[in-house]
Design a binder for this molecule. Structure first.
Ligand SMILES: Cc1cc2nc3c(=O)[nH]c(=O)nc-3n(C[C@H](O)[C@H](O)[C@H](O)COP(=O)(O)OP(=O)(O)OC[C@H]3O[C@@H](n4cnc5c(N)ncnc54)[C@H](O)[C@@H]3O)c2cc1C
Length: 468
């Protein structure tokens, strides 16, 4: 087992007796210690690797409660895990112990059109809920790019976002209530199953985004909205990122709320430009916007007309409309290929997801070439222009760890100094834990550590993440 970090309590190894007690409580098939299962649970989508001693599969809230009571009594660490697509090493067993696999709790319990409500277990895949809701004429908007694999529990625990946030908001805006198991083993209901509710502190919203450090989410009451009748997409290429961003501001000011406003900087466009019919090819430094409108067919078309007019007035060099589902999927494929191609371009890859005030994005991105020169690295910028969430991907040759650390530290300092925040979606987990004091004051850190202590005095739930 990994030795405890300074100031953190030691955890007991999972001996045969402990494993037997977990089996007795959760059933003989709930506990896995085979190499293949432990290897798979040792990784998420971050670069870190931490091996658990066992993977325990829960089938109910009662299972989770039984496990956490045993963990408190026998002092082993428990790390909740959905699909393991997290980018911050949040689902990794930094202190060994058990990875608690929630993927089998995957029932959609209700889709209720009369109350615009879904009730679901945490292991439901986001895309499955979206499909089930769409079949009833309803829409669950949160759309992280990982939606075909990420779970509702994981996306609630990380307050995941996606392109649709610009119009519809993040996961938090759709969690009305939840059931969670506390580290004590108590099962609590938090929040509501209604459209409004103000009784007591909002524990549901505290648990959303808490990255599995305060409680294990075992059921969710989720707000749905009517399914838009139509969605239209368009790509617009501008001579520079500054011009692209001024078009974004102008689109927003034109009374249109697009349902997606994504951007690629010149370097990203150079990586995927071959996938688009751009003739003549855009000049170096050109930037791309991918915009969508939705609503009734007439409203989506009217809004897209305005978007196109604003882009033309702001100097777009090319515009490629996607009038049908197939061409829309092709445009999104270009956007999704960016990360993959950046990954392929260098052996080492760090992904930051900072958020900046909208009006400062262009000026901020202009500072990146100097930053990369100072540290001898390569920086790509793309992401959700409509809500200021920029994915800064830094690539390096192997052996450049010190330069990467220095570059990331400088970048995050600059983001905070510019009035931004260090993570818009991916969370803190283990990967960003050391940077928290760059953004949070000592008083805020103290208060948040005290919250963790109140929920989890024995530090058995997801230790080594965020504030513990
Ligand atoms: C290709 C790719 C694209 C991505 N795109 C986006 C994106 O557009 N937007 C975005 O926000 N993220 C994105 N991500 C990151 C990731 O998909 C999200 O963080 C997602 O919310 C994680 O869901 P998961 O089920 O995989 O959770 P996991 O990775 O298993 O866990 C994530 C965190 O949640 C905790 N957790 C999981 N389940 C529970 C539960 N039931 N109760 C309490 N805590 C729990 C874990 O302990 C961990 O801290 C992307 C990742 C990849 C690989």
């Amino acid at each position: 087992m990994t030795p405890p970090a300074p100031g953190q309590p030691a955890y007991a190894a999972l001996g045969p007796e402990t494993l037997e007690r977990i089996r007795a409580a959760l059933g003989p098939d709930a506990v896995r210690t085979d190499t293949q299962t432990l290897d798979a649970a040792s990784r998420d989508a971050s670069a870190e690797v931490h091996r658990p001693e066992a993977v325990v599969r829960a089938a109910s809230a009662r299972h989770v409660a039984d496990l956490l009571r045993l963990a408190a009594e026998l002092r082993f660490a428990v790390t909740p895990r959905g699909a393991g697509t997290g980018l911050a090493a949040g689902a990794l067993a930094v202190h060994g112990g058990v990875v608690l696999d929630l993927s089998a709790m995957n029932r959609i319990l209700d889709i209720d059109p009369a109350n615009l409500l879904a009730v679901a277990e945490p292991g439901v895949i986001v895309a499955d809920l979206r499909r089930a809701a769409a079949a009833r004429g309803l829409f669950y908007p949160p759309d992280p790019a990982s939606l075909d694999t990420a779970t509702l529990g994981g996306t609630a625990a990380t307050n995941a976002g996606g392109p649709a946030c610009v119009k519809y908001g993040v996961t938090r805006n759709y969690v009305l209530g939840l059931e969670a198991v506390l580290p004590s083993g108590e099962i609590v209901r938090a929040g509501v199953a209604t459209r409004k509710g103000v009784v007591g502190y909002d524990l549901a919203q505290l648990l959303v985004g808490s990255e599995g450090t305060l409680g294990v989410i075992t059921r969710l009451w989720l707000r749905l909205v009517p399914l838009p009748e139509a969605t239209l997409a368009r790509v617009a290429v501008f001579p520079s990122l500054g011009e692209a961003m001024s078009a974004v501001a102008a689109v927003m000011a034109a009374g249109v709320t697009p349902s997606a406003v994504e951007f690629l900087d010149g370097r990203c466009l150079a990586l995927v430009g071959d996938m688009l019919p751009l003739d003549p090819p855009p000049p170096p430094g050109a930037a791309l916007l991918l915009l969508e409108t939705d609503g009734s067919a007439a409203a989506a078309a009217r809004d897209m007309e305005r978007v196109a007019a604003v882009c033309a007035a702001r100097g777009a060099l090319h515009q490629i409309p996607a009038p049908d589902e197939q061409s829309r999927a092709q445009l999104w494929n270009v956007r999704r290929q960016v990360s993959l191609r950046i990954h392929e371009s260098a052996p080492v890859y760090v992904s930051e997801d900072v958020v900046l005030p909208l009006a400062r994005i262009a000026a901020f991105v202009e500072t990146l070439p100097a930053l990369e020169r100072r540290h001898g690295l390569t920086i790509y910028a793309f992401g959700h222009a409509g809500d200021g969430n920029i994915h800064i991907n830094i690539t390096a040759p192997t052996g450049a760890d010190d330069a990467l650390e220095a570059c990331v530290t400088e970048l995050l300092r600059q983001v905070v100094a510019t009035g931004g925040t260090m993570s818009g979606e991916h969370g803190i987990g283990r990967a960003k834990q050391r940077f928290l004091p760059l953004e949070l004051s000592p008083a805020s850190m103290r208060l948040q550590r005290a919250l963790k202590d109140t929920f989890d005095p024995g530090l058995i739930l997801n230790p080594g993440k965020m504030f513990a």
